[in-house]
Design a protein around this ligand. Structure first.
Ligand code: ADP
Ligand code: TRP
Length: 321
């Protein structure tokens, strides 16, 4: 089965990204033919400073590789190294009703937040559909926030096939059952747009400082506490063993425990969890040429598939191969 997913290079990856999506994507490599890419064309919709773009791409590549991307088996590339995807985007655009895009909630949310939308942002789901369809993907593992974009992809693929014959594979979404939403330092969803993240690879001292700052309620030390309402406990769930988690749960419920104690242990566990990956990351950072080679090789493998689908689609619409 062909599994495909993309990640935007819009900032250093945080533990919400890891436990919410990446961990599952990396697990899928063992069973499936995975295609993962860095969605740099998509990132341009928010007009990043050109001086930052290249570094962000390489940072995300290193993060993924350090966390266990299997570069032999999995095809891993930079979206813009396979420009065929933009040509397919155009062919798909011509069967995509404007109303379908106007209903997209991620677009509407960004506009509601005051963003002045460019055409790229409006057409974002069509580019995403092209990403998925050009590689004949069967399964697209994403967080729940992307569900609508996969539905739009299916809709576009069906419309194209209805017009031109069975050219495109209609994919299924695989909504990653994350450990619920990972809370950030302030208790809202961890997100780079809220500035409440713990980055996977920020210095250990800073991970610790941030964890000690996590917002908790003001229940006195001696009183019982509800673990299910605590941001620290929500993060402990991600990294503590079942036995240890059970012990913390009792400590919360029995009272006599301060949040500081739980935070200290959380910091230790979080730092230990990512330690081996951190070492791998440092190694890769010292070998950027290798990272670039991996991406170039991935682009070559990805292009081989993309040119075939594009040729079929061009033929189907009457442009010839
Ligand atoms: P951000 O909100 O920081 O901009 P993205 O939207 O780029 O993050 O997230 C990429 C993927 O990581 C999403 O599809 C989502 O599944 C996952 N993700 C991000 N933040 C969280 C979170 N706090 N909890 C669970 N999953 C998350
Ligand atoms: N829109 C996705 C996100 O923000 C990133 C993405 C781009 C993607 N193209 C994709 C995800 C294709 C899955 C498949 O998370």
């Amino acid at each position: 089965m062909r599994v495909l997913s993309g990640i935007q290079p819009s900032g250093r990856l945080h533990i919400g990204n890891f436990f919410g999506a990446m961990r599952r994507q990396l697990q899928l490599q063992a069973e499936h033919d995975c295609f993962y890419f860095i969605a740099d064309y998509h990132a341009l919709t928010s007009n990043p400073d050109p001086a930052d773009v290249a570094q962000r791409i390489i940072d995300v590549a290193i993060d993924y590789m350090a966390l266990g991307l299997d570069t032999e088996k999995t095809v891993f590339w930079r979206q813009s190294d396979v420009p065929q995807v933009t040509e397919l985007t155009w062919l798909l655009s011509c069967v995509t009703p404007v109303g379908l895009l106007q209903r997209c909630t991620s677009y509407k949310d960004k506009v509601a937040q005051g963003m002045s939308p460019n055409h790229g942002l409006f057409a974002y789901p069509v580019l995403q559909a092209a990403d998925i369809l050009i590689f004949n993907s069967n399964l697209v593992p994403v967080g729940a926030d992307q569900k609508q974009h996969i539905e739009v992809t299916r809709d576009i693929a069906i419309r194209f096939n209805n017009n031109y014959g069975e050219i495109l594979t209609v994919p299924k979404e695989h909504i990653i059952e994350s450990v619920a939403v990972v809370p950030g330092l302030d208790g809202r969803k961890m997100s780079k747009s809220y500035g409440n993240t713990i980055e996977i690879f920020e210095p250990e001292s800073s991970v610790k400082k941030k964890i000690m700052r996590i917002v908790t309620d003001s229940t006195p030390v001696e009183d019982p506490k509800d673990p299910d309402k605590c941001n620290v406990f929500a993060l402990l769930k991600l990294v503590a063993s079942d036995d240890e988690l059970g012990e913390w749960e009792s400590k919360y419920r029995n009272g006599g425990m301060g949040y500081g104690e739980a935070k200290k242990r959380l910091a230790e566990l979080m730092i230990d969890y990512f330690k081996p990956y951190r070492e791998k990351r440092a190694e890769l950072e010292g070998n950027i040429d290798y990272v670039n080679e991996v991406l170039a090789d991935g682009a070559k493998r990805a292009r081989a598939v993309a040119v075939e689908t594009l040729a079929k689609a061009r033929q189907a619409v009457g442009l010839g191969a």
